[in-house]
Design a protein around this ligand. Structure first.
Ligand code: SAM
Length: 223
């Protein structure tokens, strides 16, 4: 998990880092709601995830900088469904739910929005509040990741993708193995805008195997 810098007499080191962080300044200048925008921008520049006309589900979306990036990259053609415990201030092209993704109501909301439509891209930047007890923080985080993976596997199109924030350490290899079982391709990404001292990385899974099997079976049934 991210290591919190030690507190100093002159205030918190975190605050110092925050106000001097070039990505924080850049986000303010560029009109993004948080520095997290640059992580998705960097990954998208390399992996070309976002295209006009897509349906994107953004889990752990507040304050909404990934939603902003998605709307921009889709050139306002497409749909973003966003969920967070915290409110995401309204944004054209984004439908949001203030709710807990682990609760059935969140899945019901997504199902109602999607009807039977499939999803092109599932993003999960979810991170639980850190208690400081690394083992339980990691366990809570990977519970969220597994739920997000389960959603992605069930709702992605055969050529869809799932980008998820994970923390290296306990649970990482198990989760990476689950990703490898679920997707044809799994790669690891550490954008420059992700702080070096953080064990945060992103796993990107492409082409869910279950969806491809369903597509083949449906095609065979039609013949
Ligand atoms: N990607 C976001 C952006 O660009 O603005 C930043 C996301 S922030 C790093 C992580 C978010 O995960 C927090 O806003 C937190 O409320 C959310 N989160 C944590 N647990 C959650 C849960 N069970 N359901 C929904 N959101 C959750």
């Amino acid at each position: 998990m991210a290591q919190k810098p030690k507190r100093t007499k002159s205030g918190s080191a975190w605050m110092h880092e925050h106000v001097t962080d070039p990505y924080v300044k850049k986000a303010q200048q560029d009109g993004y709601r948080s520095r997290a925008a640059y992580k998705l921008l960097e990954i998208d520049a390399r992996d070309h995830l976002l295209r006009p006309g897509m349906t994107v589900v953004d889990l752990g979306a507040a304050p909404g900088s990934w939603c902003q990036v998605a709307v921009q990259k889709m050139k306002k053609q497409g749909r973003v469904l966003a969920i967070d415990l915290l409110p995401v201030a309204p944004m054209p092209g984004v439908e949001s739910l203030e709710g807990d993704f682990t609760e059935p109501a969140a899945l019901a909301w997504l199902e109602e929005k999607l009807q039977s439509g499939r999803v092109d891209l599932v993003l999960s930047d979810m991170a639980p509040n850190i208690s400081g007890v690394i083992l339980s923080d990691q366990a809570r985080h990977y519970e969220l990741c597994e739920l997000a993976l389960d959603f992605a596997v069930n709702w992605l199109k055969p050529d869809g993708a799932f980008l998820v924030k994970v923390f290296q350490g306990v649970g990482f290899e198990d989760f990476r193995a689950q990703m490898r079982q679920a997707f044809e391709q799994v790669v690891i990404r550490k954008p420059d805008s992700s702080r070096d001292r953080s064990t945060e990385v992103y796993l990107l899974g492409r082409r869910p195997l279950a969806a491809q099997e369903t597509a083949v079976t449906s095609a065979q049934e039609e013949v």
